[in-house]
Design a protein around this ligand. Structure first.
Ligand code: 0A1
Ligand code: ZN
Length: 864
C-alpha cells in the first residue's frame, strides 16, 4: 500500500516566522559521500513561538547556542524538523551536520552530477543541506566558505561575489563567497568541480562593471557563446524595458547534465539544465537556440521578479513565475517576431494549461491548498500566470501597467510579497478597483465566451451579446464572472478597419465583466455588415465560442489584419474539418479549406516563420479537449488525411522551397530560423504524402542537410515510414551523434514521438537509456506520453503500461520526475472506454505500490 499520503498545506494557515536570522555563515567541507556542513546564524526573536528548523536526512553532529553545546534534552528531533526548546530573544546558533550528496538521486539539495557538486534548493531543497527555516519569507545574508580537493574540484562557486581563497597544505583548497542581498534559502546555490568557462563582461546603465561566466563541461566553452549573448541581451533589455539594472559584480551560469527542470535563478549563480546552455551550430536546432535565449532571459529576469522581491509563501508562486514568464515572452517578442512569438506562446498555453485546466489536476493560479509543493510548478502557475498579467495590460492599459510595475519595484524591493501586494500597485497606478480581476487567480477553469452578433443596417450598429461561463473544476463547482478584456476590431470584406464610435485607430477593448452583456458598436460611417475580429492577439486566455459557418470563417480569415487571428481562424477551420473527417471516414478533405490554407501559406512566404505556423494543424492534445469520449487514434488518422491533402496542395511549393539552399553561413537569428522553419514544414508535408518517392526525397534531404533543424526534421518525418531509407537515417544519425547526449536525447524523442508503444519499450531498454538522467528519461517517457497521444492511448493498453513501468522505476530515485511523468495520464477520463479502462488500471496498480509523496499526490488527484 502507498505509504506517503500528502497532508495539505493551506493558504489561510499562513503565520509569520517568529524569528529573523539577519546573517548566516555556512562552512562546507566537500566530499561526495560525506560532506560536513556547519552553519552559524544570528537569530532575533520577533514574535512569541518556538524555534523550529526544517532538516531532512541530515546527520546531526552538534548544536551550540551562544557557544554552548546543547544536550539531547534541549531539543526535539524528528525526520523533518529540529525544535530547540528554550531560546533567548537574541542568540547565535551553530549547527554541524553531515550529508551524503552522492546518494542524492532526487536532485533536490546538494548532489553530484557528472562528478561535480551542484545544488537545487527551490522549493524545499535547502533542508537537505542544513537545519534552517526553509520558507521563502525568512531572508538572510549568506556568507559561504567551502573547501575541497583542489585537483578534483578546482572551481568553487556560490552566490554573490568572491572573497578570500587559498590552498591548504593537504591538497585541499578553499574559497569564500559573500552575498550582500538578503535572500530566502531556496535561492542558495553551490557548485564545485572542474569546468571550462566562457567569460565576458557587462557594464550596467549605472556604469557598474559585471564579470559574466558560463561554466560548462571541459572542452565545451565555445558552446556557451549563445547563452552568453542571450545573457547580455537580457541584461540590456531589463534596463531598457523596466529600468532594472543588475546588482552584483559577478553573474555566473553553471550547466549541469542532471537537472529536474529547465534552470534555476539562484542569486548571482544560475544553475541550468545543460540542454538550455549548450548550443553549437552543428548540434543545436533553432528551437534550441530560441529556448536558450528565453530561459537565460527568464532566469535573469527573476533577479528582480523573484529574488529582490520574492514570495511570502509558495501559494504566491505565480507572483514570481507568471510575471517572469510574461517578462521573458516580452523579451522574445522584442528580439524576434511579436506575432510569431504570440502564436507559439498560445500554442503552448492551449496544449499545456488549457488541458490541465480541463482535467482532474486543475487548480487556481494561486491555489488555496496543495499536497506537494514540487507539483505546483505547472502550466497554470507559469503560463496562465503570464496570461493574466498580459490581460491586465489590456484591462488597465500599458501606461498604467508600466507605472504599476515601477511602484512594485520601488515599494516592495527587499520583501517577500503576495499577489495582493502586487495588485495594489496597479490599483494605485490605474485608479481602478482590481478585486474582481483578482478572482482570475482564485478560480480554476478556462472561461468560455459565447459571442453572438446582430446587425442593424438602419442604424449601422453591430450589437454583440457576450456571455461567459467558467466550467466546474475539482473543489470549485460554481464560479463568479471575471473581467475579460477582448481586443476587438470591425473589418470590411477587404480587410480595412471600419470606424466605430468611441474607438481609436480602428480597434477597441470590450471588457466582459458580468455573466452576460450586450454592446452596441455604432459605425462612424456607412458600411455593409462588418466582420468581427475579436480577442485579437489573444488578449484574454479564454475559449471563444462563435457560430460561424466555414464560409464565414474563410471570409474572416481572408479579411483579418491580426496575424494571431488569421492563424487562429485556420486552426478553428482545421479542427472542425478533422472532426468532420473523423465522423465521415470515407469523405475526402474539404477542397475549399485545403485550397485556402495552401493559398495562405503561399501568400505569407515572405514571413516564413508565420507561414510555417500556418501549416501546423492542431495537434491531438488540442483536439482532445473538444470531444468526449475521445479516440486519439481515430483523430490521428483524420488529422493525417487533412495533412496529406495539404501536402498535395503545397507539393510544388515544397519542391521549389527545398530546391533552394538553406541559408549560409549559418546564423541562429530569427530571420534565418524563419526560413529553416518553413523548410522544415515543407519537409514534414513531403512526408505527409506517404509515398516511396517521398522516402527517397527525405533521405537525400537528410544527407544534404547542413544544420540540425533540417536533419532532425528529416529524421522525424522518416520515422513512420517502413523503408530502408528510414532505417539508414536512424542509424546514421545515431552513429554521428552518439557522443553528444543532448542530440541523442532528440534521437530518442523523435522515435517515440512518431512510433508505437513497442518503440517506447525498446528504447527504454536501449543501453543509452539512463534512469538517473532526467533529460534522457523525458526523451523517452515524456516525448512518448505527452506528444504521441495516439500511440500512448492506443486501445491495446501497451502505451499506458510502458509509461507506468518507467514511472514506477523513476519514482524510486526521483519523485519530482516521476510525478511530472504521471501528469501525462491527466486526461484519462476523456478517453473512449477501452483505453480509459486500461489507463485506470495502470493508475490503480501504481496507487497500490509504495510511492513517493509527490507521485501519490498526483495519483490521488488524477483518480479522485
Ligand atoms: N524557479 C525555476 C523553476 C524550478 C523550480 C523547481 C526546481 O527544482 C525542484 C528547479 C527549477 C524557474 O522558474 O526557472
Ligand atoms: Zn521561473
Amino acid at each position: 500500500m502507498r505509504t506517503d499520503t500528502p497532508v495539505s498545506v493551506k493558504l489561510e494557515e499562513y503565520t509569520p516566522y517568529p524569528f529573523e536570522i539577519d546573517q548566516v555563515s555556512l562552512d562546507f567541507s566537500l566530499e561526495p559521500s560525506e560532506t560536513r556542513v556547519k552553519a552559524r546564524m544570528t537569530v532575533r526573536r520577533t514574535q512569541p513561538g518556538p524555534l523550529v528548523l526544517d532538516g531532512v536526512k541530515l546527520k546531526l553532529n552538534e548544536i551550540r547556542l551562544d557557544g554552548k553545546t546543547l544536550g539531547p534534552d534541549a531539543y526535539d528531533l524528528t525526520d523533518e524538523t529540529l525544535t530547540i526548546r528554550a531560546v533567548p530573544d537574541a542568540f547565535v546558533l551553530e549547527t554541524d551536520v553531515t550529508i551524503n550528496p552522492s546518494a542524492n538521486t532526487a536532485l533536490s539539495g546538494l548532489y553530484i552530477s557528472g562528478g561535480r557538486f551542484c545544488s537545487q534548493c527551490e522549493a524545499t531543497g535547502f533542508r537537505h543541506i542544513t537545519y534552517w527555516p526553509d520558507r521563502p519569507d525568512v531572508m538572510s545574508r549568506f556568507h559561504v566558505r567551502m573547501d575541497a580537493d583542489k585537483s578534483k574540484y578546482p572551481i568553487l562557486l556560490s552566490n554573490g561575489t568572491p572573497g578570500e581563497s587559498g590552498d591548504h597544505s593537504d591538497g585541499r583548497h578553499y574559497a569564500e563567497w559573500d552575498d550582500p542581498h538578503p535572500k530566502p534559502s531556496y535561492l542558495f546555490a553551490l557548485c564545485a568541480g572542474d569546468y571550462d568557462v566562457w567569460r565576458d563582461t557587462f557594464t550596467t546603465m549605472n556604469g557598474d562593471h559585471v564579470d559574466l561566466g558560463v561554466y560548462v563541461d571541459k572542452g565545451q566553452a565555445k558552446s556557451a557563446e549563445w547563452a552568453m549573448e542571450s545573457l547580455k541581451a537580457s541584461m540590456k533589455w531589463d534596463e531598457e524595458r523596466f529600468g532594472r539594472a543588475y546588482d552584483l559584480g559577478v553573474f555566473n551560469i553553471v550547466a549541469v547534465r542532471d537537472f529536474n527542470f529547465g534552470a534555476m535563478e539562484n542569486k548571482g549563480l544560475n544553475i541550468f539544465n545543460s540542454a538550455y546552455v549548450l548550443a553549437s551550430q552543428e548540434s543545436a536546432t533553432d528551437a534550441d537556440f530560441e529556448a536558450i535565449e528565453s530561459i537565460v532571459g527568464h532566469e535573469y529576469f527573476h533577479n528582480w521578479t523573484g529574488n529582490r522581491i520574492t514570495c511570502r509563501d509558495w501559494f504566491q508562486l505565480c507572483l514570481k513565475e507568471g510575471l517572469t514568464v510574461f517578462r521573458d515572452q516580452e523579451f522574445s517578442s522584442d528580439l524576434r517576431s511579436r506575432p510569431v512569438q504570440r502564436i507559439k506562446d498560445v500554442m503552448r498555453l492551449r496544449a499545456r494549461q488549457f488541458a490541465e485546466d480541463a482535467g482532474p489536476l486543475a487548480h487556481p493560479a494561486r491555489p488555496s491548498k496543495y499536497g506537494s509543493i514540487d507539483n505546483l510548478y505547472t502550466g497554470t502557475v507559469y503560463e496562465k500566470g503570464s496570461e493574466l498579467i498580459r490581460a491586465l495590460t489590456v484591462f488597465i492599459g500599458i501606461d498604467a501597467f508600466n507605472k504599476g510595475m515601477q511602484i512594485y519595484f520601488n515599494e516592495y524591493d527587499g520583501t517577500a510579497s503576495t499577489i495582493e501586494d502586487f495588485y495594489s500597485c496597479f490599483e494605485k497606478a490605474s485608479g481602478k478597483d482590481l478585486s474582481q480581476f483578482r478572482l482570475w487567480y482564485a478560480q480554476a477553469g478556462t472561461p468560455e465566451v459565447k459571442v453572438e452578433e446582430s446587425w442593424d443596417a438602419a442604424s449601422s450598429t453591430l450589437t454583440l451579446t457576450l456571455s461567459q461561463k467558467i466550467p466546474a473544476t475539482p473543489g470549485q463547482p460554481t464560479k463568479q464572472p471575471v473581467p475579460i478584456p477582448l481586443r476587438t476590431a470591425l473589418l470590411d470584406g477587404k480587410g480595412a478597419h471600419v470606424g466605430v464610435e468611441g474607438w481609436e485607430n480602428g480597434e477597441g477593448v470590450i471588457v466582459l465583466e458580468d455573466e452576460k452583456m450586450t454592446v452596441d458598436l455604432k459605425l462612424t460611417g456607412t458600411s455593409d455588415k462588418p466582420l468581427l475580429s475579436i480577442n485579437r492577439q489573444f488578449s484574454a486566455p479564454v475559449r471563444i465560442d462563435r457560430e460561424l459557418s466555414n464560409e464565414a470563417l474563410l471570409e474572416l480569415a481572408a479579411a483579418e489584419t491580426d496575424p494571431f487571428n488569421i492563424w487562429d481562424n485556420f486552426q478553428t477551420l482545421a479542427r472542425t474539418e478533422i472532426f468532420r473527417l473523423l465522423d465521415n471516414p470515407q469523405s475526402p478533405p474539404d477542397e475549399a479549406l485545403v485550397g485556402a490554407l495552401g493559398d495562405a501559406v503561399r501568400s505569407n512566404e515572405s514571413d516564413p516563420a508565420f507561414a510555417a505556423l500556418l501549416t501546423a494543424l492542431p495537434d491531438i492534445g488540442e483536439l482532445f479537449q473538444h470531444r468526449e469520449p475521445v479516440d486519439p487514434a481515430g483523430l490521428n488518422d483524420a488529422r493525417k488525411r487533412l495533412r496529406k491533402a495539404l501536402g498535395e496542395n503545397l507539393k510544388a511549393d515544397a519542391e521549389r522551397i527545398l530546391a533552394k539552399p538553406s541559408p549560409a553561413p549559418f546564423k541562429p537569428n530569427a530571420e534565418q530560423a524563419g526560413i529553416r522553419a518553413l523548410r522544415s514544414a515543407m519537409i514534414g508535408l513531403t512526408g505527409a504524402l506517404d509515398t516511396a518517392d517521398a522516402s527517397r526525397k527525405l533521405k537525400s534531404l537528410f544527407d544534404a542537410a547542413s544544420n540540425m533543424t533540417e536533419s532532425l526534421a528529416c529524421l522525424r518525418t522518416l520515422v513512420p515510414f517502413e523503408t530502408a531509407e528510414r532505417d539508414e537515417v536512424i542509424e546514421t544519425f545515431y552513429e554521428t551523434w552518439k557522443e553528444n547526449p543532448l542530440v541523442i536525447d532528440k534521437w530518442f524523442a523523435v522515435q517515440v514521438g512518431q512510433g508505437t508503444a513497442d518503440d517506447a519499450r525498446r528504447l527504454s531498454q536501449h543501453p543509452d537509456f539512463d534512469l538517473s538522467n532526467p533529460n534522457r528519461v523525458r526523451s523517452v517517457a515524456a516525448a512518448f506520453s505527452m506528444t504521441n497521444l495516439a500511440a500512448f492511448h492506443a486501445r491495446d493498453g501497451e502505451g499506458h503500461k510502458v509509461i507506468g513501468d518507467i514511472i514506477l522505476e523513476a519514482d524510486k530515485r526521483n519523485p519530482a520526475l516521476a510525478a511530472r511523468l504521471l501528469t501525462s495520464f491527466e486526461q484519462w477520463r476523456k478517453l473512449e472506454p477501452v483505453a480509459k479502462a486500461s489507463a485506470e488500471k495502470v493508475l490503480k496498480d501504481l496507487q497500490s505500490q509504495s510511492l513517493s509523496k509527490n507521485a501519490s499526490d498526483i495519483l490521488a488527484r488524477a483518480l479522485g
